[in-house]
Design a binder for this molecule. Structure first.
Ligand code: PRX
Length: 651
């Protein structure tokens, strides 16, 4: 296990919160018995179960089989044809929802744009026609590098409409990281903006994109959204303003009939090697997963105003800002900027202003709110809220209790949702009207999902014993491959323990069947709910001229959950010190993005290694978090190295 600390604190947690009778009485799944019946049905008759769920959506051609093949190479809804954009938009236009707000967007400066389903449909059609005019076809890839403006979901839905696989790159990634992702995905088009608004400043998106595109041979065109009005350079022939392209674009565009297995999107995520992997998702299976989980977990009702305060640059934004809620015809709130701009109560003011009913955010955000003080939520009327959610990292029971009392007024259930970029949709979570919750636990699996806790040989472990979290059966929204590297997909996810999906998380299951996530067991650090591979940070550091060797580890952090600490051996005559520290932190920001900057850099003459030359990360982790090293150190190449590292900490 990465470290035993989160499990220890959770082990003491004995509080149980029952869904209120009021909530349960109106919920889609309103009792534990109802959840258990749903789950049992999904196990006893998976084909019948998924057929029923999928039949609530529209398909242009039916499937011949619900699932086919052996893991990992499975297909769902075999032979069926459908379209995600059609199901998110067109499906609602023949109902009362056509004039329901699909998207209520607030910019950081306070500007507001509202799109009904009908209006959003028109925008998406226009954007899809723009892509078609530029020669894009089903099967091509487009990279989207935007801030949180309406054009981001519009571009995603436009791609989905014509079968272009979108690759959204979080606007906080640097030019170098963007370049790698454009090249690896071989994108023909890049969609960006003149700038993004964040914490009162402008994020130079187009400038970063220009820097990225000094060496991106696949890119033919760049579509630029005007957001900030900044002066940006436009390369003639390649760069085109969206508002100019829109002039000739019709607002009608038929949705392509795509195979259920057509790759709807790819999204890069960190793993144990230096190179991020492009996780590829399907169309039909992904759609069913996003639709059903959003409905079950968020209990979406007609009068809800739902807000997932994530960024579309991460999977949470894909499935629970865009696809899941729109498939359900929900009204979605979307906000452009920082949660503390202009003041630390921005989120609460938005909830009050739009009478938001459901809020879904990350534990790291909750811990920041706690730090900023109770006076900020107290200034606002949060009585519209009826349900709260968290995602991205284990939530410490203290943060859970604060969220429950200060934000939820003690009346809102909390859904702690466990899932991953790879799983496509929520896997383990309470159903708010059905599942009693325990602070810090994601509780029980959703229908169709079979998690287990196993040892390294794949044997199931008894209750309350920590082990590897795996998933025993394929599920509709599971990733289909790693783009361009099917062998790595098979090896990393399905061969680690043969025949089951390996999550990379450590966890335990308690006597009530509740899952408690302990954190990553691989070399992935979860900083503020964002996955960063230690190898990525190390590759960035050693690419700096003054670095000979580097090791990055994760340590506990009050707000971020985990933070990166790097141990660095400088090269030649370069002097370790604050100047080099700043230079290296900036270098990591340049290579990856500011969110990956090491919290601390420690200089050392040598790194502790085993005789075979492997860096002893466990020792470094213990050292970085101030714990005494108690483990076996007999394989240390040189004991003096460890002593020197300790001194560098004290010095
Ligand atoms: O370690 C788990 C943690 O986040 C990882 C997945 O990261 P990513 O693919 O970036 O997706 C984040 C949003 C879905 C997992 O392997 N994680 C996610 N949700 C939880 C969690 N850990 C504990 N509790 C959660 N609710």
């Amino acid at each position: 296990m990465a470290d035993g600390t989160s499990i220890e604190s959770s082990l003491n947690e004995t509080r149980v919160f029952q869904p209120s009778r009021d909530f349960a009485g109106r919920a889609r799944v309103g009792s534990l018995e109802a959840y258990e019946a749903l789950y049992a049905r999904s196990m006893d008759d998976p084909d019948g179960f998924w057929t029923e769920v999928a039949s609530e959506l529209e398909w242009f051609e039916p499937w011949s089989r619900v699932m086919e093949g052996d893991a990992p190479w499975v297909k769902w809804f075999v032979g069926a044809k459908t379209n995600l954009s059609y199901n998110c938009l067109d499906r609602h236009l023949t109902t009362w929802r056509k004039n329901r707000a699909a998207l209520i967007w607030e910019g950081e400066p306070g500007d507001v744009r509202v799109f009904t389903y009908q209006m959003l449909h028109r925008e998406v059609c226009r954007f899809a026609n723009v892509l078609t005019t530029l020669g894009l076809e089903a099967g091509d890839r487009a990279t989207i590098y935007l801030g949180m403006i309406p054009e981001l979901p519009i571009a995603m839905l436009a791609c989905a409409r014509i079968g272009v696989t979108h690759n959204v790159v979080f606007g906080g990634f640097s030019a170098d990281a963007l370049r790698d992702r454009i090249n690896d995905s071989r994108s023909r088009v890049v969609i960006t903006a003149d700038g993004g608004r964040r914490r009162g400043a402008v994020v130079p998106l187009k400038k970063n994109a220009d820097e990225a595109m000094t060496d991106t041979p696949s890119v033919e065109h760049v579509i630029v959204v005007r957001r900030t009005g900044e002066d940006v350079s436009m390369r003639s022939g390649r760069d085109l303003w969206l508002h100019e392209l829109y002039r000739d674009a019709s607002d009608r565009c038929e949705a392509a009939a795509l195979d259920a297995e057509h790759p709807s999107f790819m999204l890069y995520t960190s793993g144990t090697t230096g190179k991020p992997k492009g996780v590829v998702h399907s169309t039909g299976g992904y759609m069913v997963g996003a639709y059903a989980t959003a409905r079950w977990v968020f209990d979406l009702q007609d009068e809800d105003t739902y807000w997932c305060a994530a960024d579309c640059g991460w999977v949470t934004g894909h499935t629970y800002i865009v696809y899941g809620p729109l498939l359900n015809g929900t009204t979605c709130m979307m906000y452009e900027g920082a949660p503390n701009h202009p003041g630390p109560d921005r989120l609460w003011s938005i909830i009050e202003k739009y009478r938001v009913t459901i809020l879904y955010t990350a534990p790291t955000a909750i811990r920041s709110f706690i730090k900023w003080g109770d006076q900020w939520p107290e200034k606002h009327d949060l009585s519209s809220l009826r349900l709260l959610g968290t995602v991205g990292e284990p939530i410490n029971p203290e943060a859970w209790m604060w969220y429950h009392t200060r934000i939820g007024g003690g009346r809102c259930p909390i859904v702690d949702t466990w899932w991953q970029t790879e799983t496509g949709s929520i896997m383990i979570s309470p159903l708010p009207g059905a599942t009693p919750t325990k602070p810090g636990s994601g509780t029980r699996p959703l229908p169709g999902i079979v998690p287990d806790i196993v040892d390294k040989d794949g044997r199931s472990l008894p209750d309350n014993q920590g082990g590897f979290l795996v998933v025993r059966r394929p599920w509709p929204s599971m990733m289909r491959t790693i783009y361009g590297d099917p062998e790595r997909y098979e090896r990393q996810y399905w061969n680690e323990i043969p025949g089951v999906y390996f999550t990379g998380d450590g966890a335990r299951r308690d006597e009530d069947g509740y899952y408690w996530i302990m954190g990553r067991i691989d070399d992935v650090i979860n900083v503020s709910g964002h996955r960063i591979g230690t190898m990525e940070v190390e590759s960035a550091l050693v690419s700096h001229a003054n670095v000979a060797e580097a090791a990055a580890v994760g340590v506990e952090h009050d707000v971020k959950g985990q933070a990166v600490v790097a141990f660095v051996t400088p090269k030649g005559a370069s002097a370790p010190g604050p100047e080099l520290t700043d230079a290296l932190r900036d270098h990591v920001a340049k290579m990856i993005g500011a969110f990956a900057k090491p919290e601390q850099i420690r200089f050392t003459d040598a790194l502790p290694k085993t005789r075979s030359g492997k860096i002893m990360r466990r020792l470094l982790r213990d050292l970085a978090s101030g714990r005494e090293t108690v483990g076996d150190t007999t394989t240390l190449e040189d004991y003096s190295v460890l002593a020197a590292l300790r001194e560098s900490e004290e010095g």
